[in-house]
Design a protein around this ligand. Structure first.
Ligand code: 6PG
Length: 466
């Protein structure tokens, strides 16, 4: 029997993806450096085992797959180059390597160039949804040679999550487009998570709510317009009680957020493109600050500043917090999509923004009802540079900015940090102000560096008589 597809890397994600493919009726050749782990994996695959073909060596692996061979790679980012090198020795012209890990899209493009001489295509594929998604349906963002995508398309669409019957899987563009889109997905994921954590912080420190009380609020919000996977699991995390201590588990978790770096890449790319993505930046910055726990403890003692409850009663505060979270979310998505719109133009990728929003509606970590609104908006107005200019978004921001404004103001007066929500508000206020204050910046630049400025009443570069 020959396999339809190969998979290298049998970690949790790789293993689950292999089971998902086998369950959908495909035969999968699997390989990993750890042979006992491969045999154990197949032995544990139960009724799916006959469709999973283990290979001890790379050569055996390649021989098991029907040419032209699509080979999925799910190995740690640091191992991708080494595995690709060994694969290039056993694969043939016309085969395709599908890197389904979180690779930097620049690296993906370099690998595509490196493999050109061997005639092996490299597809950079973002896969979102964690281990559950990999097993039962992730969101799949593909980029690279379209022929390589066509080879793997039947498998990828079969294993992807479905939203109202539509597969959450698409080819998004050439080169590193797929991994780039996944990077921005993760930047938005960071912002989404950060804002949820800020609202949680206000409920805990500003309103004195217990984790169980907060869980109820998030569960309630999940039945409304904030309906999303992240809000749903926030409620679940908050209601979880530690078996041993009978305390809320969240209260026992150290407040240091880690990161593997994809959110930071999103911010670096935004900066490179000259697009402001302040909510994403704030989220990355907040994770960094959270990691400085020693310094934070020292500074708390040194400054000894009071923190106050929010000057709002709980009943009045909860709807405002919901509005603030919704408005903040709008800003984060508007910024993430604006980064993609600019990258699309700059790299001539022609990224289909409506399709991207549509394949994020199920399977991925940021899946939400709101992404359906974004899908509809881009479907109605293809080529829009910023969601904030769409009539539907204008209405939503008009209806909700006041909640964001009040929450950020109350938080500032209480001494409670809300960096991403503050960034959302500041960038919103800057965006809807036709005349800002950058005229003074231009004046200063001309004063000290003769950099010139434009005048509102004259044409061409001007200098001041400083
Ligand atoms: C996904 C996630 C995933 C990511 C984790 C952890 O879409 O399934 O984005 O790819 O690795 O969320 O990311 P951090 O460790 O950077 O928080």
């Amino acid at each position: 029997m020959q396999a339809d597809i190969g998979l290298v890397g049998l970690g949790v994600m790789g293993g689950n993806l292999a089971l998902n493919m086998a369950e959908k009726g495909f035969t999968v050749a699997v390989h990993s450096l750890d042979w006992p782990a491969v045999t154990a994996f197949v032995a544990g695959a139960g009724e799916l085992a006959p469709r999973i073909l283990p290979a001890k060596t790379m050569k055996e692996f390649a021989d098991l797959i029907r040419p032209p061979r699509p080979v999925i790679l799910l190995v740690p980012a640091a191992a991708v180059d080494a595995v690709m090198k060994s694969l290039s020795e056993v694969l043939a012209r016309g085969d395709a390597v599908i890197d389904a890990g979180n690779s930097d899209f620049h690296e993906t493009e370099r690998r595509q160039r490196d493999m050109v001489d061997d005639g092996i295509m490299v597809l950079g594929v973002g896969v979102s949804g964690g281990h559950e998604g990999a097993r039962h349906g992730p969101s799949i963002m593909a980029g690279g040679p379209v022929q390589a995508y066509r080879m793997a398309e039947p498998v990828l669409t079969a294993i992807a999550a479905k939203y109202e019957g539509e597969a959450c899987c698409a080819w998004l563009g050439p080169g590193g487009a797929g991994h780039f889109v996944k990077t921005i997905h993760n930047g938005i994921e960071y912002a989404d998570i950060q804002m949820i954590a800020e609202i949680y912080g206000l409920m805990r420190d500003g309103l004195g709510m217990s984790a169980a009380e907060m869980a109820q609020v998030f569960a309630e919000w999940n039945r409304g317009r904030l309906n999303s996977y992240l809000i749903e699991i926030t409620a679940q995390v908050l209601e979880t009680v530690d078996d041993a201590t009978h305390k809320s588990l969240v209260d026992l978790i150290v407040d240091r957020a880690e990161q593997k770096g994809t959110g930071r890449w999103a911010v670096i790319e935004a900066q490179r493109l000259g697009v402001s993505a302040e909510t994403l930046e704030a989220a990355v910055g907040a994770r960094v600050l959270s990691s400085l726990s020693q310094q934070r403890a020292t500074a708390e003692k040194l400054y000894d500043l009071p923190r106050h409850p929010l000057a709002l009663d709980r009943a009045a505060a909860i709807p405002k917090l919901e509005q603030a979270l919704f408005a903040g979310k709008i800003m984060a998505y508007a910024q993430g999509f604006a980064v993609m719109a600019h990258a699309s133009e700059q790299n001539v990728w022609n990224l289909p923004l409506a399709t991207i929003a549509s394949i994020w509606r199920a399977g991925c970590i940021i899946r939400s009802q709101f992404l359906d609104t974004i899908t509809e908006t881009f479907r109605a107005e293809e080529g829009m540079l910023n969601l904030l200019l769409a009539p539907r978004f204008v209405t939503m921001m008009k209806d909700n900015h006041q909640g964001l404004r009040e929450v950020v103001s109350h938080a500032a007066l209480a001494g409670l940090p809300v960096p991403a929500l503050s960034a959302a508000l500041a960038s919103f206020d800057g965006y809807h102000q036709a005349r800002g204050s950058a005229n003074l910046i231009q004046g200063l630049r001309d004063f000290f560096g003769s950099h010139s400025f434009e005048r509102i009443d004259k044409v061409g570069p001007q200098h001041g008589m400083w």
